[in-house]
Write a protein that binds this ligand. Structure first.
Ligand SMILES: *[C@@H]1O[C@H](CO)[C@@H](O)[C@H](O)[C@H]1NC(C)=O
Ligand SMILES: *[C@@H]1O[C@H](CO)[C@@H](O)[C@H](O)[C@H]1NC(C)=O
Ligand SMILES: *[C@@H]1O[C@H](CO)[C@@H](O)[C@H](O)[C@H]1NC(C)=O
Ligand SMILES: *[C@@H]1O[C@H](CO)[C@@H](O)[C@H](O)[C@H]1NC(C)=O
Ligand SMILES: *[C@@H]1O[C@H](CO)[C@@H](O)[C@H](O)[C@H]1NC(C)=O
Ligand SMILES: *[C@@H]1O[C@H](CO)[C@@H](O)[C@H](O)[C@H]1NC(C)=O
Ligand SMILES: *[C@@H]1O[C@H](CO)[C@@H](O)[C@H](O)[C@H]1NC(C)=O
Length: 335
């Protein structure tokens, strides 16, 4: 391009800069703009993972070679309300609050989160600029047929979304939404809280739940999954502990047989440390902010420093800590 042809735009640029300088010289130097999402975190991750070895008898915190997160272009997530952004694999609604509803997202559709902001896997994807396909859904169990309260064998049961239906939806449309390049795609899976809850109401079959869990992990591998991250439940229960031991053992075989990289993050370690001594993390006041899942009326004044927002569901800042803790396990527990 000749210097002559660039002269005119350059002059325009200079004169508009002068205009901007005049405008800016009359306003404060550090304006405060309204922010859709304030990512400043007033909390600290005041705990280190407890890394274990691949030969561990039981589940332990480990990373057996998951792709570096900065090369993860896509994250595919399965789970329950602790992982759901209400999008069901599709495009999420931004985490807007519609008081008195406590669930960030849509006012009128189920496109909502059980939190007051981004949930952990969204923060993880946002941190590394990855596309998120989130199939997690509130109340989800592993397999409806495993529990008397959800199995269609029981005439009075009420089936829920389960790992089976989440995986089916993904197998049906995932490849349309993304190329799912195996060496740039991370799969995350978190189930167990609702299985324990349903089991406690009317019994069921943990062996069936386990078999379905690993059948789905096998199908994901057949579909191309090479990097699988498991979140262990935030509370210990004898049944879910055994389930997690068996899943860990299966994934050790997946590593040997299929070369599948896996990581295990034990949320119980994080949440036990918080419950035992919340102050070093920066938590203050009530551990749970709201009195119900349906309204913010009667809630606390300071959700930024509460562990839970809705009873049994992390605040957005706790979700951010879960994101940081997940990253810490991936960074520090490599074997
Ligand atoms: C963002 O959050 C931090 C920590 O809670 C707070 O100190 C700051 O004032 C907030 N900024 C805005 C613009 O809301
Ligand atoms: C492994 O888990 C089982 C079941 O929870 C438990 O009984 C056993 O003590 C654990 N073993 C170790 C070495 O922690
Ligand atoms: C069916 O489920 C209900 C709870 O939804 C439970 O109370 C009942 O025991 C179950 N019946 C059988 C036969 O499992
Ligand atoms: C979300 O997906 C599940 C399948 O995992 C389906 O059963 C459920 O109806 C969907 N919910 C909405 C609101 O689309
Ligand atoms: C519940 O499920 C178990 C295992 O599927 C079954 O043996 C039992 O009869 C069912 N009903 C009740 C009421 O527990
Ligand atoms: C290995 O991958 C195949 C699919 O390619 C799957 O069916 C099988 O369950 C996997 N085995 C293990 C132990 O993960
Ligand atoms: C805790 O919550 C209750 C209502 O659920 C409220 O009365 C109390 O003031 C709260 N305490 C703190 C320290 O926020």
């Amino acid at each position: 391009m000749s210097s002559k042809s660039s002269t005119k735009p350059l002059l325009l640029l200079v004169s508009s800069c002068t205009l901007f300088q005049n405008v800016f010289s009359q306003i404060p130097t550090t304006p405060v703009f309204p922010a859709l999402v304030n990512t400043s975190l007033p909390l600290t991750l005041a705990i280190e993972p407890a890394c274990g070895s691949l030969s561990s008898e039981n589940f332990t915190e480990i990373n057996t070679g998951i792709i570096p997160l900065n090369s993860a272009m896509t994250i595919v997530a399965f789970g329950d309300s602790w992982t759901s952004n209400g999008a069901n694999g599709s495009i999420p609604i931004p985490p807007m609050l519609w008081p008195p509803s406590p669930s960030a997202g849509s006012l009128i559709t189920p496109g909502r989160r059980a939190s007051n902001g981004f949930i952990w896997v969204e923060s993880l994807a946002n941190t590394f600029g990855a596309k998120l396909l989130d199939y997690a859904w509130g109340g989800a169990v592993i397999d409806n047929f495993a529990w008397n309260t959800t199995s269609s064998n029981n005439a009075t049961s009420i089936p829920r979304v389960d790992f089976v239906s989440e995986a089916n939806l993904f197998f049906f449309q995932g490849k349309i939404l993304d190329s799912l390049n195996p060496s740039h795609t991370l799969y995350t899976v978190a189930f167990g809280i609702n299985d324990e809850g349903q089991f406690e109401i009317a019994g069921g079959d943990w062996d069936l739940a386990f078999n379905t869990y690993i059948t789905k992990l096998g199908e994901l591998q057949a579909f191309g999954a090479k990097n699988i991250l498991i979140h262990g439940m935030y509370k210990s229960h004898p049944n879910t502990d055994i389930l997690q031991n068996r899943v860990f053992s299966y994934l050790r075989d997946s590593k040997t047989v299929n070369g599948t990289n896996f990581a295990f993050v034990n949320l119980e370690r994080l949440f036990t440390a918080i419950a035992n001594d919340p102050e070093p993390f920066g938590y203050k006041g009530n551990a749970t902010c709201l009195i119900s899942a349906n309204t913010i009326v009667g809630g606390c004044d300071d959700p930024d420093h509460s562990v839970f927002w809705i009873p049994g569901h992390p605040s957005q800042n706790t979700h951010e800590l879960m994101n940081l803790y997940t990253q810490a396990v991936l960074d520090e527990c490599q074997v």
